[in-house]
Ligand binder design. Structure first.
Ligand SMILES: Cc1cc2nc3c(=O)[nH]c(=O)nc-3n(C[C@H](O)[C@H](O)[C@H](O)COP(=O)(O)OP(=O)(O)OC[C@H]3O[C@@H](n4cnc5c(N)ncnc54)[C@H](O)[C@@H]3O)c2cc1C
Length: 382
């Protein structure tokens, strides 16, 4: 057993860390305040190859693996989570369904632009009336000649409304299974298709420099060939995408948790109280030691889940454990880092204020903490 990174992985981590510190850190605060999408940062991430990390070179990818993506997400989230979730959603929810389930034609049409970061894609599973219970999808798609006619709506869809969003994949009910249940399928809807409307961006508590919209489909017609993979496999497809995505969200959460440690050490060394730096007080040192312990154990949990996934072994339980633990740790560390910063921690100009606002969604998105516990318990045979 060896959890040390290879030279190549260390080099990737170092280059993303430098990018996060040199390019993201100086400008992201303004985007966060103004709720604007960081197009220039995304463009530069595209040039670095981050959007192509876990994909084969024949499709325009970097030939790396999912763990490489996780390392990049951790380093980005150590500085900012809006940027990290933009990459996570673009790769794991946007491009990955096409890569895993698409036809050669769909791959050839969409992947080159998605993997270079020139275009983004969204993944529309959640609906206004159903999230955790994703099988409760109400959006319907009916085959009419050689077209799907889609009606329904999707809620909270990341990367669905930027100027460079090329398409969204949506899950829809396409019929009834032999056992009477809903037949779910996944369909590609290009941006700008008549009947596909993107609502104005939500006003969010955190991740404010990321792009999230409600989408509506009103007699929206797309070619029958836009079906992604086999008809009726929609449920199995999104379960696979979400299992992987949980490892990526865990990595992002570890990054945020580690960023809280970084900022707390820096501040504790500078801030004076009662004649000395607050970092001299054991109460503060113990908080930081606990934060480091939590970030470290959460990192090991996502490394383990990723290793199992890449070895082709079952990883559902480990991915859920990693996501559950890392998101809990992120919220804990953000709360403690804010506490260490005192009143300044409540001021938006300090990164820990962003960390605090960005941490809560980690216990909700891509499966709530309750859902992770359900997955773990079910995997234990309960
Ligand atoms: C900023 C943001 C970005 C997002 N991006 C995307 C995206 O790109 N694509 C996408 O498809 N979705 C996206 N989501 C949606 C996200 O995945 C859902 O919000 C999440 O899965 C929870 O669903 P819900 O909000 O409907 O909550 P609900 O499912 O209504 O849950 C409400 C509460 O009930 C609990 N609960 C539900 N069922 C049970 C149960 N059986 N036992 C115990 N407790 C239960 C939940 O844990 C939660 O605490 C995003 C959300 C946000 C906020």
């Amino acid at each position: 057993m060896d959890f040390r990174l290879s030279d190549e992985q260390e080099a990737l981590r170092a280059s993303v860390r430098e990018f996060a510190r040199e390019v993201v850190a100086p400008t992201i605060g303004e985007h966060y305040e103004q709720h604007t999408f960081p197009y220039e940062i995304v463009r530069q991430m595209g040039k670095m190859g981050l959007f192509g990390l876990p994909f084969a070179e024949e499709h325009g990818g970097m030939g790396g693996d999912y763990f490489a993506l996780c390392l990049a997400l951790e380093e980005l989230a150590r500085v900012d989570s809006s940027v990290a979730i933009t990459l996570e959603a673009a790769v794991s929810l946007g491009a990955m369904p096409i890569y895993r389930f698409g036809t050669d034609e769909q791959k050839a049409r969409w992947l080159p632009r998605l993997l270079s970061g020139e275009a983004l894609a969204g993944f529309g599973l959640t609906e206004p009336g159903t999230g955790s219970d994703a099988g409760g999808t109400r959006t319907r798609a009916v085959l009419d000649g050689d077209e799907w006619v889609i009606n329904g709506s999707k809620a909270f869809i990341t990367n669905s409304g930027t100027d460079i969003t090329a398409m969204v994949t949506v899950t829809a009910v396409t019929g009834t299974r032999p056992d009477g249940g809903k037949e779910l399928s996944t369909i590609i809807v290009p941006s700008g298709t008549p009947g596909f409307t993107v609502a104005p961006a939500y006003s969010k508590v955190g991740w404010t420099a990321s792009d999230t919209h409600e989408l509506t489909f009103d007699d929206c017609r797309v070619p029958a060939a836009n079906l992604l993979g086999e008809r009726g496999r929609g449920f199995a497809q999104f379960l696979r995408i979400l299992d992987e995505g949980r490892i990526a969200i865990a990595a992002l959460a570890v990054g945020l948790a580690q960023g809280c440690v970084d900022e707390s050490i820096k501040y504790a060394r500078e801030r004076q109280a009662f004649g000395q730096p607050i970092g001299n007080y054991q109460a503060i040192q113990f908080k930081i030691a606990d934060m480091e312990m939590k970030a470290h154990t959460a990192r090991l949990a996502y490394y383990d889940a990723a290793a199992r996934m890449l070895a082709g072994e079952p990883f559902k339980r480990q991915a859920a454990i990693a996501k559950l633990h890392a998101s809990t740790v992120a919220v804990d560390n953000a709360r403690e880092a804010t506490q260490i910063h005192g009143g300044y921690g409540f001021m938006n100009e300090y990164p820990v204020a962003r960390f605090w606002r960005d941490s809560k969604i980690l216990e909700i998105g891509e499966g709530t903490s309750e859902v992770q516990r359900m997955i773990i318990a079910r995997d234990l045979g309960m």
